[in-house]
Write a protein that binds this ligand. Structure first.
Ligand code: HEM
Length: 427
């Protein structure tokens, strides 16, 4: 296993003295870490990943928009990385940069192939009936809330926010209900990153392979069937990979968005007010969370196809460029006073930008899941409050995502309602 301290490659002059992303200071206060990098280097900072692997972190809103709008210069496939052959296969960051099993998915394709495959996924997602999807979100959220409402306490990350997106996206993709419980378990194992992580990933893959076989034989009215029938004609393996990307991309992101929003609601009076005032206010408050506390902190990545002038630096060809999504959202050039004048704006880069960004129908689905999840919580457990002092809430020690490790809450216990028949057995 690669030791985090061991230097895996020769450092270029530009990266001598650069900080390692993910050191304890970064985990304690990522916003301050980004502000320090911006003060020290400007909108583009040299940084190191585990193993002292050099990369460029884009912190400026304008520079990030430039990178994501120009896929020919800032390209998506890891094959362009000039350090690729020098970094060992067990480097823990490989799965994040496309060197793992997702390497064949639409995520890392470029040009016409990417346009076709991303277009097909968008069309398949856009075919979901929004009214039915919202009803599924509410129904699953109510079952989850019911399963702990009687106890007066809950851990909202493990028992709510991390379950709801898999359940409703499993339904939308066409995974049979009987398989949801195991799928949720596999996601939990994969996310925990321990001994069972690989088994979790393999289970997700087997579930999607079975789904591909089923929709080839008996197509239905689900995302997998629509993607299989798309005129671009995906192979079974491509179909499987793109279904995995779709459910994985929507899992942690949506769960952490919900967790970050509930956390704000419980710790920041202004957010409590906006969340309880009604539906429009919920969507506006959720947008504020994307601006100030986005689940997608840093995204990997892009590779320069030729030397690129960006911000104050010239990045050599074949270098790794990291998208500093959270940092760009708080760029002082865009927001001299944090929060000022941006309430309704959607110019945040939490979903990234440009042709590789999160597809529009996926953004709508994510918003529906998070909105329904929060509204059901507020309806069912109106006096929800944090079960520990705010400073004891723990965040995931991740370079890439900003999400809570756990969100313990207390509330007045309520008896089960008539609709609850003891469902959601996996809690
Ligand atoms: C149901 C929920 C979601 C689904 C189904 C979904 C689906 C996808 C898919 C299919 C892609 C690949 C696009 C491509 O390569 O062309 C993607 C990319 C991405 N998504 Fe989502 N997503 C969801 C929720 C979210 C949320 C809540 C966020 C953050 C707030 C997010 C942020 C991103 C980012 C940053 C990318 C990568 C963009 C890039 O490379 O520039 N997604 N998503």
């Amino acid at each position: 296993m690669t030791s985090p301290q061991k230097r895996l490659v020769e450092l270029p002059d530009s990266h001598h003295g650069a900080v390692v992303l993910g050191d304890p200071g970064y985990h304690r206060d990522p916003a301050e870490a980004f502000a320090w990098l911006r003060r020290t280097y400007g909108p583009v900072a040299p940084v190191l990943l585990v193993g002292q692997v050099p990369a460029w972190l884009v912190l400026g809103h304008r520079e990030l928009t430039q990178v994501t709008s120009d896929p020919a210069l800032f390209a998506r496939n890891v094959g362009r990385w000039r350090l690729r052959e020098q970094i060992p296969a067990d480097w823990p960051v490989w799965p994040m940069v496309g060197g793992g099993p997702a390497g064949e998915s639409l995520l890392y394709t470029e040009g016409a192939e990417h346009r076709q495959r991303a277009g097909a996924v968008s069309r398949a997602l856009a075919g979901i009936d929004p009214v039915e999807f919202r009803a599924q979100c509410e129904s699953h959220a109510e079952d989850l809330a019911e399963s702990f409402a009687h106890s007066g306490r809950a851990e909202l990350m493990a028992h709510y926010a991390l379950l709801l997106p898999v359940m409703v996206m499993g339904w939308a993709l066409g995974v049979p209900t009987a398989e949801h419980q195991d799928l949720v378990g596999a996601f939990t194992d994969q996310l925990a990153g321990g001994d069972r992580a690989l088994a979790g990933h393999q289970h997700i893959r087997r579930t999607m392979q079975a789904l591909v076989r089923r929709v080839r034989e008996r197509p239905g009215a689900d995302v997998a069937s629509r993607l299989a029938a798309d005129p671009i004609g995906l192979s079974d393996e491509q179909l499987c990979q793109d279904l995995i990307v779709t459910i994985v991309a929507g899992h942690q992101t949506t769960a952490y968005w919900m967790g970050n929003a509930v956390h704000r609601m419980l710790t920041d009076r202004r957010h409590t007010d906006s969340f309880v005032r009604g539906r429009l206010a919920v969507s506006q408050a959720l947008r504020e969370v994307l601006w100030d506390d986005t689940p997608t902190q840093v995204f990997a990545g892009r590779w320069t196809s030729r030397p690129a002038h960006l911000g104050q630096v010239i990045i050599p060809a074949g270098d790794l460029v990291l998208l500093g999504l959270a940092a760009a959202n708080t760029d002082p050039h865009l927001r001299p006073e944090p929060g000022a004048g941006l309430r309704g704006s959607r110019a945040y880069l939490s979903y990234s930008h440009g042709p590789h960004s999160c597809p529009d129908p996926a953004r709508d689905l994510a918003e529906t899941i998070v909105t329904a999840g929060i509204e059901v919580l507020l309806d069912r457990l109106p006096d929800l409050h944090l079960a520990c002092p705010p400073e004891q809430v723990r965040w995931q020690p991740s370079v890439w995502m900003r999400g809570l490790e756990s969100l313990p809450v207390n509330f007045t216990p309520t008896p089960p309602t008539a609709r609850y028949a003891g469902g959601t057995p996996w809690i």
